[in-house]
Write a protein that binds this ligand. Structure first.
Ligand code: AHR
Length: 633
């Protein structure tokens, strides 16, 4: 019998409790949610023509040159100069391969745009989408009509006639003389909210469906950078996209064995777009900024304390960018990008996985400056990846002493760790700093095969999450990591959502996250087994809460054993219950996975249960996670 004391709330559950953590890893942004289809659109990648192939009938020396204008344009120095020799369609052209090919959908509009400059108004571009057999599956012609020394923008839209997973883009030149090209871009018309140059709708919809309380961005290790030169700098990611200075993605450098280091951050998806996304899906924005230290797993580079001011200024300016009115310098930049209203930023992270006295010293400088100017902004501070180690104890102690608003704990551990740590926060201090479980995922053995997102991983997270919910007075935010992975371009597994160029599917972990988020409730109430919290006895894990908005009792139970367990719920402090309740159950073999072929192999199944009196019987199947919602009357 599980006893629920429905009238004795023990903690308030914050609206931010369950959120998402986005990082540009595994082709998460470029090649992922950022729907740009052209790889290396501005010729700034490691090799200037990476992603492009030149097609020619007759070779002419120098007909395609990448020109570097250097100091004249340090943010976007390179462009392509094409010299046509009375070229007709089919004589001279370019093919772009896309990130891992281009996902092209029948009937969808495609928007091609570019910047050009030509001495005479005379070039025609023949645009083609092709399939893997090089058959044209959509085409149009773009006539470039402006001449002179200035750059111009041109765009054309057309529709695809077929669906292909790995298509390509052809551009054939017709004309004579030279033409300069830059920012050659192709977007599908069916982006999230149909925004031109926007995000991949199917991927964002999966996030929106979770109703996350916050979105943490842009990382992760990319915030820190492999070294400080390659750290994430938000100011490089706002303003006109042709002026956003790209850089190699740190997750590319991490894997130097790759033959083509082709993973770049173009920043078409930048801080404005992250804030806008947060706004769209009703999540609180949670940016993380570099604290003056590069990734300590790779480098020991730190900025000296006497040179830290620009880093702190970036944090102060970001608050102005998000919240300042249009008369402020950075508020004006935001307004000019299309959002005059503030984004209402309430919190930010300083440092990702940083540690040691060097971190504390730098963090204190940030804390003093930010709190002096913006006392209401909450600061998220890191305690790293070693939840049971000395480094963690040191940081936690120091962070508590400096009264950190939030301590960000990361845990990538085996399923057993998640089961065994279901009492982790029961003994945490109830006052002072709060906890943010900023990155966690249950890692089953690599031999599990597939994407490693097995039901064992997900059910162990569900068990652990009941304990986070039970301790919602201490743990006020949590997010799984990483969020996305592209099947043809990932560095890290497991991940919450897997995609190819056309499809996206949620893993069992995704559905666990979604169930917690959609059944968040507003107050924790006690649920006990033999007068103790339900944290692993008989392999059961449970939490209970009340949703004040709907006046419902929500009970979550994990049965992590291989046997069915029939539990009676004894409800105390309840006058009357509705005669029916909604039961949602996830249940599978521990090795079960979702995949592109079987995206719904492990998903929640809903049913209605009949309730008589104040006792409810829950038939918990082996390896199951159940969520029950019952109206209080
Ligand atoms: O989520 C993947 C990586 O794990 C993050 O970038 C980093 O913060 C952690 O080490």
């Amino acid at each position: 019998t599980l006893v629920v004391k429905a009238a004795q709330p023990t903690a308030t559950i914050q609206p931010t409790m369950w959120g998402v953590f986005f990082e540009d890893i595994n082709l998460g942004a470029d090649g992922g949610i950022y729907a740009e289809m052209v790889k290396n659109r501005s010729f700034e990648f490691f090799k200037p023509l990476m992603g492009w192939t030149v097609n020619r009938k007759k070779f002419v020396e120098g007909e395609m040159l990448v020109i570097n204008r250097g100091v004249e344009n340090t943010r976007n120095p390179r462009f392509l100069r094409v010299t046509m020799n009375n070229a007709a369609k089919g004589d001279l052209g370019l093919t772009n391969e896309g990130f891992r090919g281009m996902g092209i959908k029948k009937g969808v509009r495609y928007d091609l745009s570019l910047m050009y400059r030509q001495p005479q108004a005379q070039t025609k571009l023949h645009i083609e989408l092709i399939d893997t057999a090089k058959q044209v599956i959509g085409d149009t012609v773009l006539s470039l009509t402006e001449a002179g020394d200035n750059w111009h923008k041109a765009a054309v839209s057309f529709h695809a006639k077929e669906t292909v997973l790995k298509g390509k883009l052809n551009i054939w030149f017709e004309g004579n003389g030279t033409i300069d090209l830059d920012m050659i871009s192709l977007f599908p018309g069916d982006t999230w909210k149909n925004r031109r140059g926007g995000m991949r709708a199917d991927m964002i919809q999966l996030l929106a469906d979770m109703k996350p309380g916050f979105i943490r961005f842009p990382g992760g290790c990319i915030v820190e950078g492999f070294d400080l030169t390659n750290r994430y700098q938000w100011k490089n990611t706002v303003g006109p996209i042709e002026e956003r200075q790209l850089m190699i993605n740190r997750w590319n450098i991490e894997f130097p064995h790759r033959a083509t280091p082709d993973y770049f951050q173009t920043f078409g998806l930048g801080f404005f777009e992250y804030f806008q996304l947060a706004d769209d899906i009703g999540a609180e924005p949670l940016p993380i900024l570099n604290c003056g230290m590069a990734c300590q797993f790779n480098s020991a580079e730190v900025v000296p304390m006497q040179a830290i001011d620009p880093y702190i200024q970036d944090a102060l300016d970001l608050i102005e960018f998000a919240n300042g009115d249009v008369s402020t310098k950075w508020g004006k930049v935001r307004a000019e990008m299309g959002h005059p209203a503030p984004f209402n930023l309430k919190m930010m992270g300083i440092g990702n996985e940083n540690w040691g006295p060097q971190y504390i010293e730098r963090l204190k400088a940030f804390q003093a400056a930010i709190k002096a100017k913006y006392p209401n902004i909450k600061l998220i501070c890191s305690s790293g990846t070693d939840p049971n180690g000395e480094r963690f104890d040191y940081l936690n102690g120091e962070l508590r002493k400096m009264n950190a608003d939030f301590i960000d704990e990361h845990y990538y551990r085996k399923p057993e760790w998640f089961f065994q740590n279901a009492r982790r926060y029961d003994s945490y201090p109830r006052t002072g700093s709060k906890v943010f479980g900023g990155e966690y995922a249950s890692h089953v053995d690599k031999t599990a095969g597939g994407n490693r997102n097995t039901w064992l991983a997900a059910i162990s997270e569900a068990a652990f999450m009941t304990s986070l919910e039970r301790n919602a007075d201490v743990v006020q935010m949590a997010s799984y990591a990483p969020l996305f992975a592209h099947i043809d371009g990932w560095q890290w597994a497991p991940d919450l959502i897997w995609v190819n160029n056309l499809q996206a599917y949620g893993t069992p972990d995704y559905y666990v996250q979604k169930l917690f988020s959609l059944n968040k409730g507003s107050k924790v109430v006690p649920i006990s087994l033999n007068n103790d919290v339900v944290a692993g006895q008989d392999s059961l894990y449970a939490s209970a809460c009340i949703d004040a908005a709907t006046n419902e009792l929500i009970i979550k139970v994990v049965n992590a054993s291989d046997k069915p367990q029939n539990n009676t719920l004894q409800l105390e402090g309840v006058k009357k219950l509705a005669s029916k309740g909604k039961l949602t159950v996830m249940q599978a073999e521990l090795t079960a996975l979702n995949s592109f072929d079987s995206p719904t192999n492990v998903v929640p199944v809903e049913s209605t249960i009949t309730i008589k009196g104040k006792k409810i019987t829950l038939n918990n199947s082996p390896y199951s996670f159940s969520v029950l919602r019952v109206k209080l009357e």
